[in-house]
Design a protein around this ligand. Structure first.
Ligand code: IPM
Ligand code: MG
Length: 356
């Protein structure tokens, strides 16, 4: 198959990790007889520096014309402590999600056996945990009206959801539950928020179309607690944009590290594949970033956007083999990892390629 991929490396470690993601895609193309062509585009701080705009029009155009997007990260510490900055790298990411209609963010939490001991959660509570999050990605406080009043002394971000927005993400989550353990947990704050009461109402309606799926509703506070207490009780979790952002960072600890978690953002058009981790400026340029989240994002691309199941499995399998061989990046190493098995970004990439 011929596929055209846009690589949007973005900021910080984005460049280093997508380089490895792309190498893996290339190896897959070679091995399975596909032809992948690439283009690059700017976003975030890198785009602000070059054009003044965190999401240049060209990036949107190139993305729309591609078959899939391999995304790195956005962000720069310069803006984090400057709340007054009007132009911010994150606007690039939010803007592309909106421009491409990427309303469903899939974040699979899969624990590789080898990393059972890298998590700060006790292994006996973790083993076998396998959760698929569906985070709604183009609504909520992220995109609701925001502003200041009273001479700037009062600020607001509107939490807003419409029926169709809840319905379409719920349908995707239920469809996925049907292919898994047929359990779905919807997370909201319906005891307090009107938008959550609409959320729950719509999920209950959609549930009627899936009588085989066992449905539960949890409040966000309780869900955050249960996720750590007993991660194995969850199969598919569906939730709004903000709750999903927070819960999936928490859930990354089930997989051992933020550096392991991939995500797929899909909707009506081209899918975007990105690690859930950020730009990590503290380690940028040091060559120590974990590229596995980018590699696993590439695997999601192969599976979801290209329908290449065997190819995707080959990638996940290579990650598994590298971990089984004992190789670790710094973030997933522990006190017992021999020094010579702790690899940098590039060396980890080489190990993966050798397994492929
Ligand atoms: C994520 C990130 C983004 C988000 C930031 C960088 C805007 O945290 O993808 O989870 O909040 O969605
Ligand atoms: Mg986040």
């Amino acid at each position: 198959m011929k596929k055209h991929i846009v690589v949007i490396a973005g900021d910080g470690i984005g460049q280093e990790v997508t380089t490895v993601g792309k190498q893996v895609l290339d190896r897959i193309a070679e091995k399975f007889g596909h032809e992948f062509t690439y283009d690059e585009a700017l976003i975030g701080h890198a785009a602000i520096e070059a054009t003044g705009n965190p999401l240049p029009e060209e990036t949107v155009t190139k993305s729309k014309q591609s078959d899939a997007i391999l995304f790195g990260a956005v962000g720069h510490p310069k803006y984090d402590n400057d709340p007054s900055a009007k132009v911010r790298p994150e606007q690039g990411l939010l803007g592309i999600r909106k421009a491409l209609g990427l309303y469903a963010n899939l974040r699979p939490i899969k624990l590789f056996d080898e990393l059972l001991h890298s998590s700060s959660i006790k292994p006996e509570f973790l083993q076998g945990a396998d959760i698929l999050f569906f985070r709604e990605l183009t609504g909520d406080v992220y995109f609701g009206e925001k502003g200041r009043k009273d001479d700037g002394n009062t600020a607001y971000d509107l939490m807003i959801y419409s029926r169709y927005e809840v319905e379409r993400i719920a349908v995707k989550a239920f469809d996925a539950a049907m292919t898994r353990r047929k359990k779905l947990c919807s997370v909201d704050k319906a005891n307090v928020l009107e938008s959550s009461r609409l959320w729950r109402e719509v999920v209950q309606e959609v549930a009627k179309r899936y009588p085989e799926v066992e449905v539960e509703h949890q409040f966000i506070d309780a869900a955050a607690m249960l996720l750590i207490k007993d991660p194995r009780r969850f199969d598919v979790v569906v939730t709004g944009n903000l709750f999903g952002d927070i819960l999936t960072d928490e859930a990354s600890q089930i997989a051992g590290s933020m550096g392991m978690l991939a995500s797929a953002s899909v909707g009506d058009t081209t899918g975007l594949y990105e690690p859930i981790h950020g730009s990590a400026h503290d380690i940028t340029g040091k060559g120590v970033a974990n590229p596995l989240a980018s590699v696993l994002s590439a695997a999601l691309m192969l599976d979801i956007s290209f329908g290449m199941k065997a190819e995707a499995e080959a990638v996940v399998d290579a990650v598994d083999q590298v971990l089984k061989a004992g190789f670790r990046t710094r973030d997933i190493a522990d006190a017992n990892t021999p020094k010579d098995l702790i690899l940098g970004t590039e060396a980890m990439g080489k190990q993966l390629l050798s397994k492929l």
